[in-house]
Design a protein around this ligand. Structure first.
Ligand code: HEM
Length: 208
């Protein structure tokens, strides 16, 4: 595909992933974050972190199912966006919720299961972001592919984190869980021997 078109698609994607952060900053600037601004920032950053993580996971299935090769570079942008929002989310928790009180943070991570799951999701995402460059990919070779399977664990832990934190209405986290189950199910199905799948779904030279 022409470089210009590729750059244009990347530019639009960067605009899309930046929009919630810009929206949040603008809302904060106008003092419109509601009665509990910390809660609002935690919710917005958490939700977008999870959404972009699921979108990053959807890139490969969509690329294969619709033969949209132009989607491939967007996986990295979406993955980094997910990590960016998760970092903002975590920083909000550390700085505004707990004032960097490390004892109370450690207690919270160990004692509240939804915080444990969120923290574990974040720990899975960090090495992926740190090794997202072309150089790291080349240097690590096959180990890069193995390491990047952590994205599935991050997805599961982030959904569990959401499911465990809601007090009454579980519909929203369950919707995210269903999307994640579909995406993971597709990967498992793709891994079956080629003969066990319909002929039109077998791509020449596909890896997994
Ligand atoms: C780094 C560790 C993390 C901590 C300490 C943490 C903490 C929290 C807290 C305190 C809440 C609000 C709970 C409440 O409303 O009672 C929350 C909500 C949420 N978090 Fe996390 N979180 C972490 C990581 C993550 C990650 C990695 C993701 C997704 C990629 C995520 C996604 C969410 C979502 C979707 C919500 C619910 C937002 C809503 O209510 O609309 N969190 N988190």
């Amino acid at each position: 595909m022409a470089t210009k078109r590729r750059q244009w698609i990347q530019g639009v994607t960067i605009g899309v992933v930046a929009a919630p952060a810009v929206g949040l900053a603008a809302t904060a600037a106008f003092g419109d974050l509601g009665a509990n601004p910390i809660e609002t920032v935690t919710h917005v950053t958490g939700e977008w972190g999870l959404r972009f993580l699921l979108l990053a996971l959807a890139v490969t299935p969509a690329r294969r199912a619709f033969r949209w090769s132009w989607l491939a570079p967007l996986r990295r942008t979406l993955g980094l966006a997910a990590f960016g929002y998760a970092t903002l989310h975590f920083l909000t928790y550390l700085a505004l919720d707990h004032y960097f009180d490390w004892n109370s943070i450690a207690e919270d991570v160990l004692e509240r299961r939804y915080v444990t799951a969120g923290f574990a999701a974040f720990l899975c995402m960090a090495p992926l972001a740190a090794t997202s460059t072309r150089r790291a990919m080349k240097r690590l070779g096959q180990r890069w592919v193995t390491l990047h399977r952590l994205v599935y664990a991050a997805g599961v832990l982030a959904v569990v984190h959401f499911l465990w934190l809601v007090k009454a209405d579980e519909r929203e986290p369950l919707v995210y869980g269903a999307v994640l189950a579909l995406l993971l199910g597709y990967r498992v199905w793709r891994r079956r021997p080629a003969g066990a799948r319909p002929a039109h779904s077998v791509e020449i030279g596909s890896s997994s």
